[in-house]
Design a protein around this ligand. Structure first.
Ligand code: IPM
Ligand code: MN
Length: 355
């Protein structure tokens, strides 16, 4: 297969972890006979430094033309404590999501047998957790208008808005995913308080009869925040709006003990982007110590979601599992054993694929 992949390494450890994913993707290409080309572009603080814009048009053109985008991380501490900064790296990410129409953010939480003992929760609660969030990504309070301040600057406001079609397209993805999994869908909302949430709930209720094999549960977001750590195995597929999904997926990403190891996909009508859930980890930038596995697993998701190549995807997850079992890992999960460099882990994974 011909594959044209855009690489957007971004900031901090982004470039290092993307390098490892590229090694792995190249190895898969070689093994399975795919012809893969990579085109690189800047985004985030790196883009502001280079062009003054967090998501330059040139980057958008490359991302839009690609079959898939592999994205590293965004964010630089020099912008964090300056609330008056006019351009912020994070705007690059939001603009990219919006301009590429990436309306569904797929964030799984699963366990690795060799890491599950590191969970902050009791082993019986997390062993075997396997859930996935479908977070709406281009609507809601992240983008709603009006937003801003009054003239005196003494009042600030954001607006949460959802149109029915935005809920329908996200919910359908959730239903379809549930049909391929354990057939349970949880609609996460705050329908006891918010009008947008009531539209979510009503819309999902209308769609449910089209998916008779899927059991649908409706749960308030505050209760989900609680039950997610009490009994995460209660969940299979969860669908929710942008802000709730932002918060809950951070919570979910650490319960399996694999902090920083979870991948994600952002899907649109034609564009697809894959990125690790973790951030830019600026303290580690350039040190060759960051864990590349979340980005490598995002590449695994790419083969599955962008190219429907399940075997390639599974081979990547398998070698990642092997590296964990054999302790060929970076310092964050070395557990007192030998800690390998970011680049060494990437080399090892690529070598495993090719041998
Ligand atoms: C995420 C991040 C972003 C978000 C930030 C960096 C804008 O937290 O991808 O979850 O809030 O969506
Ligand atoms: Mn977030």
């Amino acid at each position: 297969m011909e594959m044209n992949i855009a690489l957007l390494p971004g900031d901090g450890i982004g470039p290092e972890v993307i390098d490892q994913a590229v090694k792995v993707v190249k190895a898969i290409g070689q093994k399975f006979g795919h012809n893969i080309t990579f085109t690189e572009a800047v985004v985030g603080a790196a883009a502001i430094d280079a062009t003054g814009e967090p998501y330059p048009d040139a980057t958008h053109e490359i991302a839009e033309a690609a079959d898939a985008v592999l994205f590293g991380a965004i964010g630089d501490p020099k912008y964090d404590n300056d609330p008056k900064a006019k351009v912020r790296p994070e705007q690059g990410l939001l603009l990219m999501r919006q301009k590429l129409g990436l309306f569904a953010n797929v964030r799984p939480t699963f366990t690795f047998p060799s890491l599950v003992h590191k969970s902050p929760l009791k082993l019986d609660r997390v062993d075997g957790v396997d859930l996935v969030f479908f977070r709406e990504l281009t609507g809601g309070i992240y983008f709603g208008e009006p937003r801003g301040r009054n003239e005196q600057g003494t009042k600030a406001f954001d607006t949460n808005v959802y149109s029915k079609f935005e809920i329908v397209r996200l919910a359908r993805m959730g239903f379809e995913a549930a049909q391929k999994r354990r057939k349970l869908l949880t609609c996460v909302d705050k329908a006891n308080v918010m009008a947008t949430s009531r539209l979510w709930r009503e819309t999902v209720q209308e769609l449910a009869p089209e998916y008779p094999d899927v059991k649908v549960e409706y749960e308030f977001v505050d209760a989900v925040a609680m039950r997610l750590i009490q009994w995460p195995k209660a969940y299979d597929v969860l669908i929710t709006e942008n802000l709730f999904g932002d918060i809950l997926t951070d919570e979910a990403s650490v319960i399996s003990g694999s902090m920083g190891l979870m991948p994600s996909a952002s899907l649109g009508i034609s564009n697809k982007l894959f990125e690790p859930i973790h951030g830019s980890y600026p303290q580690a930038a350039g040190k060759d110590i960051a864990n590349p596995l979340a980005t490598v697993l995002s590449a695994a998701m790419m083969f599955d979601y962008a190219f429907d190549l399940k075997e390639e995807s599974k081979m990547i997850s398998d070698v990642v599992n092997q590296s964990l079992e054999e302790g060929y890992v970076t310092e964050d999960i070395a557990d007192g054993g030998t800690a390998y460099k970011t680049s060494e882990v990437g080399d090892w994974l690529a070598w495993k694929i090719l041998t």
